[in-house]
Design a protein around this ligand. Sequence first.
Ligand SMILES: Nc1ncnc2c1ncn2[C@@H]1O[C@H](COP(=O)(O)OP(=O)(O)O)[C@@H](O)[C@H]1O
Ligand SMILES: [Mg+2]
Length: 226
Amino acid sequence: MTDPLVAATGLHKAFGRTVALRGASLTIEPGERVAITGPSGSGKSTLLQCIAGVIAPEAGTVTFDGTRVDALSADDRTRLRRREIGLVLQFGRLVPELTALENVALPLLLERRDRHASATVARGWLAHLGVEECAESLASDLSGGEGQRVAIARALITAPKLVLADEPTGALDTVGAERTMQVLVEATGDIGAALVVVTHDNRVAAFADREVVLRDGRTDAAKVVA
Ligand SMILES: Nc1ncnc2c1ncn2[C@@H]1O[C@H](COP(=O)(O)OP(=O)(O)O)[C@@H](O)[C@H]1O
Ligand SMILES: [Mg+2]
C-alpha cells in the first residue's frame, strides 16, 4: 500500500452559526478519480476548499502528500496550492481582462518563471486541450465550453498531483458537460494527477472511480460507481 495523496479526517467548519462540515472525512489515493455529490448546502465546496487549503478547518486534519496542510500558515498553504494543486471552478474564474494565453501562463508567472518560456508552455497546453485558436482572445469573449478548457489548461500547467474541480460543468449544456469531463479526465490522467470533482450531475459522477456522498456536513458511505 502506498500512502494516500490526501487524508482529511474529522473536519469541522462553521461560518458564524452555519455549520458547513461536521466531521467529514475523505481519503484520496494518487491518480484516483473521486466524485463528491450531495444536496446543495451539504458542505461540498467547503470540503474542497479545506483540502485545497483555501480555508482552514476548526477541527480535524488535512494531510497532503505527507504535509499537514491545516497546520501551515495561510501563506504556506497558498504556496503549496500553487505548486501541487490545480483548481477548476464553475465559471472558470478566468481573469476577464487577460487573454486565454495569459490566463493559462499565470500560475507559472506567479512562480517567477520566464515570461517567454511560460507563454510557450501555455500555448502547448491550449493546443493539448483543443483551444489553441483562442490563445489571443480575451477570457471575457470565450464561450462557456472554451472557458472551461482554458481553466483546465491553467489548472494543469504546473503538473499538480491533485486537481480539484467544483461543479466544473455547472454552467454548460449536456453535450458541453460531457465533452468537458472527457477532456478533464484525459488531461488529468496524462499527468498522472488525482481528480476530485464536486457535482450534482450523475453523468459527471460516472467519470469517477468512486463516489463520496456528503449530507449535512458528514461523509456517508463511499460507493463505487465504475
Ligand atoms: N463563506 C461563507 N459564509 C457563510 N456561510 C457559508 C460560506 N460558505 C458556505 N457557507 C454555508 O455553509 C453551508 C455549506 O456550504 P457549501 O460548502 O457551499 O455547500 P455545497 O457546496 O454542498 O452547496 C451552506 O449552508 C452555506 O450557506
Ligand atoms: Mg458548492
